[in-house]
Structure formats: C-alpha cells, structure tokens
Design a protein around this ligand. Structure first.
Ligand SMILES: NC(=O)c1ccc[n+]([C@@H]2O[C@H](COP(=O)([O-])OP(=O)(O)OC[C@H]3O[C@@H](n4cnc5c(N)ncnc54)[C@H](O)[C@@H]3O)[C@@H](O)[C@H]2O)c1
Length: 246
C-alpha cells in the first residue's frame, strides 16, 4: 500500500528532494512550507509523477496552522505514516544578522528556537494524534553536526539541534512506543543544498550530496530501518573525528 508521507521544509533542499523521491516511489506526499510560491511550483512539478501531492502553505511556528494541516493530510490520505521535519536553518543566516553573540538581538534567538525546536514539537504533537489512532508511524528529526560541536554564530540553531538529537528524539520515541511509533534523528554534516556548505571541512574532503542524506533518511524511515529508534545517526563525512575543524 502507498505510504502517506508528510514533509516540512518541502520547497527547498532535502525536503524537496525527499518529496521527489517519495513521489517517484508512488507514495502520497504532503509538502509543507512557509514559502507559498516556491511550494506551489515544486508541488506542480511533482504532480507529473504517479503520486498524490498535497501542498500545505504554513508556518511551522504557528500551532493552529500545523494542527489544521495535519488534519487535512490525514483526511486526504487516510492517515500519516511518516513525518519528516526538514524545515529549519540557522537563525543568523536566515535573518541576515551577524555579530558577536552578546550583540545579537534576543529576538533573533527567539526566531531560531521557534523555527528549529518549537516547530518540530508542534508537528510531532499534531501528527502523534493521528499516528496513535492508527497505531503506527515514524517521525524523523533533522539534527546537525552543529548540535554536537556548537556554533557561536547561531546559538539557538545549535541548541535546538542538540535538543532534537537527544532529549526530543528519546522523548518522542518513549511517547510513541505504545502506539508503535518510532522516532529517529538524522544528523548531517555539511550538505550541498547551498554552495557555502562546501567550505566546511570533512574527513571525506567534501560536503555531502543531498541525495546521500535523503537515502539515509528514507532508509531510517522505511521498513528496513525498523530496529532504529530513539537515537540519532550522524552522517558527517568524518568531521566529528577531525582535530582542526574550522
Ligand atoms: N544543508 C546542510 O548543510 C544541513 C546540515 C545539517 C542539518 N541540516 C538540516 O536539514 C534540514 C534541511 O536543510 P536544507 O539545507 O535542505 O534546508 P533548506 O534551507 O534548503 O530548506 C529549508 C526549507 O524550510 C522552509 N522554512 C523555513 N522557515 C519555515 C517556517 N517557519 N515554516 C515552514 N517552512 C519553513 C524554507 O522555506 C525552506 O524551503 C534543516 O533542518 C537543516 O537545519 C542541513
């Protein structure tokens, strides 16, 4: 039977690639993003595949929008099998702010936490209602090597990714256990969803091709990944064991 997959941050990068890959496999794909125009164009292209595609223009920071969207997906597809929380990003990069930590307005960190941490809690919460009812499901968090090594430029991003990889993934796995719902975090090193990522050093001497991370996410979310739960998988080209990581 076709899987029902809900992907946030689906108008760009790995969220978009995941939407394309799942659609190619014949899944029903719900694509959520705040970039309404970009989302429309991406969903339109994917409609050419043999798949059911649902576009959800929403802001992950607004629980009423998230809850309504999850209800729409469950109704349209008859359930939600997989949630992949891709929406996220470093607050200073997204808001175009730079400077030392103490000189950055605190509102920037509010934004970073709302997007990278609260947005995921909101989605997990809204989706768990449906997964608990159907007694199955998989929830994927996108962590980051930054959640392990820290980042003075985007403190809220780094803190959120740590929280997602550890406390959140364990807690959601525990909350979902009696409903047969798994939760796994995938923590990439640099991924070439934008050219700047090529500057981050790895032992592999390169950043990841987005497809390499998408393949891992699909493995962890699929039946072959059924023994993985409550933990994170690091895919960073060996960056974590390098001494000079600048
Ligand atoms: N690219 C990397 O090097 C890298 C490394 C480690 C982790 N990650 C994580 O992987 C995930 C995907 O990364 P990417 O580079 O493919 O992303 P991306 O920047 O290409 O896309 C992020 C998407 O999220 C959407 N978005 C932003 N704010 C939103 C909001 N409030 N509500 C809904 N949608 C919103 C954007 O419109 C965009 O389409 C992110 O969580 C990122 O932190 C990326």
């Amino acid at each position: 039977m076709a899987k029902n997959v809900l992907i946030t941050g689906a108008a760009s990068g790995m969220g978009l690639l995941l939407s394309q890959c799942y659609a190619r496999e014949g899944a029903n794909v719900a694509m959520a993003d705040v970039n309404e125009e970009g989302l429309r164009a991406c969903a339109e292209e994917i409609r050419g595949y043999p798949a059911n595609v649902l576009e959800l223009a929403l802001d992950v920071r607004k629980y009423d929008e998230v809850e309504r969207a999850c209800g729409r997906v469950a109704e349209a597809f008859g359930g939600i099998d997989i949630l992949i929380n891709c929406a996220g990003g470093a607050e200073c990069r997204i808001l175009g702010v730079s400077g030392e930590f103490q000189n950055i307005p605190v509102e920037v960190f509010d934004y970073g936490i709302d997007l990278n941490l609260k947005g995921v809690i909101y989605f997990d919460h809204a989706v768990m209602k449906h997964m608990a009812r159907q007694k199955s499901g998989v929830i994927i968090h996108l962590g980051s090597i930054t959640g392990l090594e820290g980042c003075p430029d985007s403190v809220a991003y780094s803190a959120s990714k740590s929280a997602l990889m550890f406390g959140m993934t364990k807690s959601i796995a525990l909350a979902g256990a009696k409903y047969n719902v798994r939760c796994v975090a995938i923590a990439p090193g640099p991924v070439l969803t934008r050219p700047g990522m090529a500057n981050m050093k790895t032992m592999a001497g390169r950043a990841a091709d987005p497809q390499e991370i998408v393949d891992l996410i699909m493995f962890a979310a699929g039946d072959k990944g059924r023994f993985i739960n409550g933990t994170y998988i690091l895919a960073d080209g060996g960056r974590n064991v390098m001494l000079n990581k600048t």
